[in-house]
Design a protein around this ligand. Structure first.
Ligand code: 13P
Ligand code: SF4
Length: 300
């Protein structure tokens, strides 16, 4: 049987919902019930009535879905799909940093482990980081783990941002010089980038947007060509919402190997065997989910 039909049949029979991040392979995006950015997918995970969620994304996303929907079985078709940036923040190091800055609030990017979330005051995603930091009642903010998103946020607040040293290897590779080179090749074409990019790249961009923000931008812009500074999977998503626009990848090296680990075959096997199941120990989940729920509440 055709694998697409097989997956649809299994999902229907098992009352499963397939969620795919905007960086997933085109064929995985196409079969998903919903695609979106981290915030959109977290909201869907928290509010749908399926029995199973198959998360086509990376580990922290499935972990967040499992905490927001504890009554559901959450599957991650490749358990090795991690996020190197999330691995750059360890709970022990965060505890030390908290001791060094006793008055500071901890705002933690959703790209982090449940253990780190459990030690935080509130979560954020790239779509709501500025708003969350502005709303948190503290003059000092420990921002974990992305130094680039932390730097971006600091442009919009008087609060003192104490950055962690993490970064996304996929976005960090792209430099201001690379952006100048692509701008030179396509003069006058607007550039949109993700806030995980380096500050020098952000300085040169026309728009700095979460992946969901990029979709909204493409839906309303009058531009006929756009240079896209983020993971290559985004190009498929953008073409699907605005097929009349030419989307130009800012660099061929914008590939997240972890996002690409999920294939249709792994998705089918995961649904058929109902594994691997992502779970979070109850004690950790109890504290970590509070940070996620607070974020959803604050960003309404
Ligand atoms: P978004 O929340 O903007 O989709 O970003 C997630 C991510 O992992 C970016 O690298
Ligand atoms: Fe993590 Fe970067 Fe991949 Fe996003 S693109 S999942 S931040 S490694």
């Amino acid at each position: 049987m055709d694998i697409v039909k097989e997956i649809r049949g299994l999902a229907g029979k098992k009352n499963a919902i397939i969620l795919a991040h905007n960086y997933q392979r085109p064929e995985v995006q196409d079969i998903a019930h919903h695609t979106g950015d981290s915030l959109e997918l977290a909201r869907i995970a928290a509010s749908n009535d399926a029995e199973i969620i198959v998360f086509c994304g990376v580990h922290f996303m499935a972990e967040s879905a499992a905490m927001l929907s504890p009554e559901k079985k959450v599957l991650l078709p490749d358990p090795g799909a991690g996020c190197p940036m999330a691995d750059m923040a360890e709970p022990g190091d965060l505890e030390s940093m908290k001791r060094e800055h006793p008055g500071a609030a901890v705002v933690t990017y959703i790209n982090s482990s449940a253990d780190v979330k459990a030690l935080s005051d509130i979560c954020c995603t790239s779509a709501n980081a500025v708003k969350i930091v502005q709303r948190v009642e503290a003059r000092e903010i420990i921002f974990v783990p992305d130094k680039n998103l932390g730097h971006y946020v600091s442009r919009f607040t008087e609060k003192k941002i104490i950055p962690w040293k993490g970064f996304c290897p996929t976005h960090e590779r792209f430099t201001a010089e690379d952006l100048m080179a692509v701008r030179g090749k396509y003069p006058g074409v607007p550039v949109i980038v993700h806030p995980e990019c380096r500050p020098g790249v952000v300085d040169l961009a026309d728009e700095v947007l979460s992946t969901g923000g990029m979709v909204k931008f493409a839906e309303k812009t009058k531009a006929m060509r756009i240079i896209v500074g983020t993971e290559i999977g985004m190009i498929h998503k953008l073409r699907s919402v605005a097929p009349h626009i030419e989307f130009i990848p800012a660099s061929g090296s914008f590939i997240c190997p972890n996002m690409k680990k999920i294939t249709l075959e792994k998705l089918r096997d995961s649904l058929a065997e109902e594994k691997p199941v992502i779970t979070v120990p109850e004690k950790t989940a109890k504290s970590a989910v509070r940070c996620l729920e607070k974020m959803l509440e604050f960003s309404n």
